[in-house]
Design a protein around this ligand. Sequence first.
Ligand code: GLV
Ligand code: GLV
Length: 327
Amino acid sequence: SKPKILVARAIFPETIERLSQHFEVESNQADESWSKEQLIAKLQGKQGAFTTGSERIDTAVLDACPDLKICANMAVGYNNFDVDAMAAHGVLGTNAPDVLTETTADFGFALLMATARRITESEHFLRAGKWQKWSFDMFAGSDIHGSTLGIIGMGRIGQGIAKRGAHGFGMKVVYHNRSRLDAALEAECKASYVSKEELLKTADHVVLVVPYSPASHHTIGAAEIALMKPTATLVNIARGGIVDDAALAVALREKRIAAAGLDVFEGEPKVHPDLLTVPNVVLTPHIASATVPTRRAMADLAADNLIAWFGGKGALTPVTPVPPAAS
Ligand code: GLV
Ligand code: GLV
């Protein structure tokens, strides 16, 4: 008989159809918000799960769901997985990298431009009927072209943003990363490696694309913001928790930096209330990978991981130690 899987959130009907050719599928097509207890109840008897990054897979879930063998995340990030606990339980985790790289880099650039050029702030002004006359400094922002772009986290997405900045906008690109890129990749991205401190001091625009881990928690807090230029902008498309949102809200209110663009938030979908009241921040609801083709590709890759692994071919993009293939 077919393995049983749970699809934890609503997804494309085509994805459900495809999964149904291989599995007995129970799906949350109503997109209900499940408590941990409800998730555990739904996972009973399931060997696989299609997850989206919102479902925390930890010891409590793993202990309570002994049939579970694999969780396929429809996201490149997988900080919803307790990787050590999954490894200890022999449960495989997979993510959905690569297919979203260029789309997410596009969005990082869009958010950077919206932030530097005050696009949403000025639109709110116009919609509120406040546009009565021209004035010399109305929504005057900062330039993108020819400025210095600092990228923290130089994975595939960071490299995509670097290329856009260097090749498209003539930016000088500096980056900081756990490890330095090889010379060929640095040349391709026209990017120079610098310390985090040097980057924060010299960049006109700082973009964060570092994966979340306890080590990257509050990569940017009050002390780091204090190093930045008062004219600088900060963009976070990485994960909530990479930035200390409370400290950022204070810095924005006090104009210690010019502006910020945030697609991710500590404790999202809640947003720090102080961020909602400062004007110099562009806020988007975690949509950096949200184009129709890319979301389809991410769903396909998560499904492909389940199909390949249960088919005995091994997972395509594992992020936990690989347990023996299904028989
Ligand atoms: C989105 O944040 C992802 O990790 O894919
Ligand atoms: C992270 O995996 C990235 O692609 O930047």
